[in-house]
Write a protein that binds this ligand. Structure first.
Ligand code: DX5
Ligand code: ZN
Length: 211
């Protein structure tokens, strides 16, 4: 069993509430929301006001992926917007442990994401606190990039490292039916997919193909 978290980055931004409803109908497990600030990554997407505006249209967990510098400042904004899981990048935090504690202090699930070049060892001393580890399998910033095959080894290492711990392993970037199977075999629990879910408009078929 693997959970599928479609990324709203590939949705039609002119009708986000309809897209969220369609994804729920199509069998999505979580809604993945890519927040980009134009600093940490070279792209600018949406913020808490947009997330709050679509929150009433589904009960699915909102999985908020913060690709922003200094995420601690913004964590309360996304709590207020209705996030269930808040994931921050290890590379964006001077005080990762404190930022994780901040997310948890609001009763939200805390995730840490790693860019492809960041070793999993940075998670060692926060591992017990995490609900989610987000392995980036592309350099963050854009949808539609190709999967970095070296991340299969990284997923397997994280799986071993997190044995007996509660954190789920989520993989994000370049997921299609082929890479999904490899990630699952290496130990992934949740797969984020943008282009593969939204391609040709049959969300249900696409989600089933990934699963
Ligand atoms: C990339 C984002 C991803 C992205 C995935 O920076 O974090 O969530 O939307 O898109 P695909 O599935 O097209 O690689
Ligand atoms: Zn993402």
């Amino acid at each position: 069993m693997v959970l599928i978290a479609p990324s709203m980055l590939s949705a039609d931004f002119s009708c986000l509430k309809d897209e969220v409803k369609a994804l729920a109908m199509a069998g999505a497990d979580w809604i993945h929301l890519d927040v980009m600030d134009g600093h940490f990554v070279e792209n600018l997407t949406f913020g808490p006001m947009v997330i709050k505006s679509i929150r009433p249209y589904t009960n699915l967990p909102f999985d908020v992926h913060l690709m922003v510098d200094n995420p601690s400042k913004m964590i309360p904004w996304f709590v207020n917007a209705g996030a269930d899981i808040i994931t921050i990048h290890a590379e964006a935090c001077k005080h990762l442990d404190r930022a994780v504690e901040l997310i948890k202090s609001y009763g939200k699930k805390a995730g840490v994401s790693l860019n492809p070049s960041t070793p999993e060892t940075v998670l060692e001393y926060v591992a017990d606190k995490l609900d989610l580890v987000l392995v980036m399998s592309v350099n963050p910033g854009f949808g539609g990039q190709s999967f970095n095959p070296l991340m299969i080894e990284k997923i397997a290492k994280i799986k071993t490292m997190f044995k007996g711990k509660k954190a789920l392993i989520e993989v994000d970037g370049g997921i299609n039916a082929l890479t999904a199977a490899e990630c699952k075999a290496a130990g992934a629990d949740v797969l984020v997919a943008g282009s593969a879910v939204f391609a040709n408009g049959d969300y249900k078929k696409n989600i089933e193909a990934l699963r």
